[in-house]
Design a protein around this ligand. Sequence first.
Ligand code: F6R
Length: 238
Amino acid sequence: MELIKAKDYQDMSKKAAQFIIEKVKANPKAVLGLATGGTPVQTYANIVEEHQKNDTTYQGVTSFNLDEYIGLPVEDPNSYHYYMNKHLFSHIDIPDTQVFLPNGLAADLTEECSAYEDLIKQHGGIDLQLLGLGHNGHIGFNEPGTPFEQRTHVVDLAESTIKANARFFDKLEEVPRQAITAGIRTIMDSKEMLLIVSGEQKREALQHLLHGEVTTDFPASILQQHPHVTVIATEDAL
Ligand code: F6R
């Protein structure tokens, strides 16, 4: 794992955006794996700003998001579809037909999971997967206890994740209890990963990720076994 230290959230976001932009410039047909949550917001804003300034094109890029809540329509401001349109897709030139998120409204959710997995394969797999880090070590919505071999699946969110994500909703009760997430195996199949971590509240999780035991009790620890992971972390998270 390569560790890049960032001064603060702004610096982390600048470095992460540069990292992604360089990959897209080097491979204009890159398949990106994308994350939502609080951490990547400024990274996406920087990508948008750079696109507007330098015309870096995303016309050949395909993206697959890690996860989506079950039961929220695309136009719900708390759906990850909505988040991605708001923060990234509607501001860059990536074609709508090349952005994919799991469909949390699918009639057959099991079928949706295997179709999503197939779609990633059909596109040749993920070239660069962007990841955030959950306080409990989750990546995507792979909560502690998730088998490392699992692919895209339906999850019951951990109580701690529901509480952590409640900040985006009006009330705790409004946070969906389930999501579809790319599995740990899906994530580990990515050719390269970029994990971004910011804030003192992530310090314990980051220490485990970097130096702790590899265990399903802390899903992100499996990244220690991937050959090509870059972590960009702020000083306070370190
Ligand atoms: C989001 C995702 C999650 C987040 C994690 C950290 O698509 O997959 O694993 O990356 O919950 O969230 P934040 O960045 O809000 O601390």
